[in-house]
Design a protein. Structure first.
Length: 306
């Protein structure tokens, strides 16, 4: 299996979920500057980050940018009305994508690896070649399985399948818990926060919020699973992850008057935008066509909101 096979070409990035009563879900464009230390950026050219805040693949890159404390501009992409300049940056028309030094990059893990190579400080990999191998193997196996099982249970309309699909998730979380425990934690590979954590967490967040709401799924509990729950809490406490999880009206002041949902919290937001997925693939596809036929919320996708 090649690294790119799990680098972010899943269902969500190919077809954004559409919430009831919100035809153009993310028809907004934002210019957002985020930096703790401008000196960390090698080039005078800023990084332009094309994002969709509902997308777990884009969240990987968002967290990586935060971990490396890089200066960047964030632009929210309307996945139903993609602009010409976005499609020039992202050949498959999916998020995430980044532009740096005039060159464009896409696919989530490839973007993360580019940032790792271009900005070595604050590495998101272990130091040893073996450690790097183990992180990449984890992403291609366990993280990929989690992604697949999340969408399989969410899309399924056959309640008779739910117990089996939930057990599949339990098996994955057993493996995650075992890995954290064997490494000593609090992260997947010990005390260092790595790309394995970054690649896995966005799907765990959606399992907790979305599957918890629509399918009644709960993470395994009990003393034996304390490493797993501590991992979730520890990851969510990181500054980079907090930025990626803020309700969208808090991520940029300009969104307050353009907020498209009644939801206020991050969990409520994810529940709302994934509602169409919970109705099955056919209903999700129908709503996507409806959204694509609608007028964009903003007249110009590339309007900038400082």
């Amino acid at each position: 299996m090649s690294l790119s096979s799990s680098s972010g070409s899943g269902l969500l990035r190919q077809a954004a979920p559409v919430a009831l009563g919100a035809v153009s879900v993310i028809a907004a464009a934002i210019l957002f500057r985020h930096s703790k230390n401008k000196s960390d950026v090698k080039s005078s050219d800023d990084i332009l980050f094309y994002n969709a805040d509902l997308c777990p693949f884009a969240q990987r890159v968002w967290i990586t940018l935060g971990e490396k404390e890089l200066l960047y501009k964030r632009r929210e992409v309307d996945l139903f009305h993609k602009s010409k300049d976005f499609l020039e940056v992202s050949k498959p028309g999916t998020v995430p994508a980044i532009v740096h030094n005039g060159q464009s990059y896409y696919e989530s893990l490839l973007c993360c690896d580019y940032l790792e190579e271009a900005f070595p400080p604050k590495s998101i990999y272990p130091a040893s070649p073996r450690g790097k191998f183990e992180v990449r193997l984890w992403i291609q196996t366990v993280a990929k399985k989690l992604e697949t099982q999340l969408y399989e249970l969410l899309f399924s309309q056959d309640e008779k399948q739910y117990p089996t699909l939930k057990q599949n998730l339990n098996d994955i979380f057993r493996d995650i818990n075992k890995q954290i425990e064997s490494s000593g934690g609090p992260y997947l590979f010990g005390t260092k926060f790595t790309l394995a954590d970054i690649a896995t967490y966005p799907f765990v967040e959606r399992v907790i919020a979305v599957l918890g709401h629509y399918r009644g799924y709960k993470l395994p509990t009990g003393d034996a699973y304390s490493p797993l729950h501590k991992w979730v809490d520890t990851v969510e406490a990181r500054a980079s992850v907090k930025v990626s999880r803020k309700p969208r009206q808090e991520n940029d002041a300009s969104m307050k008057s353009h907020f498209l949902f009644a939801a206020k919290s991050r969990s409520e937001y994810l529940i709302e935008v994934y509602e169409s997925y919970s109705k099955g693939k056919e209903e999700s596809a129908r709503r996507r066509k409806e959204a694509e036929a609608a007028t964009p919320y903003f007249d110009k996708w590339d309007d900038e909101y400082p």
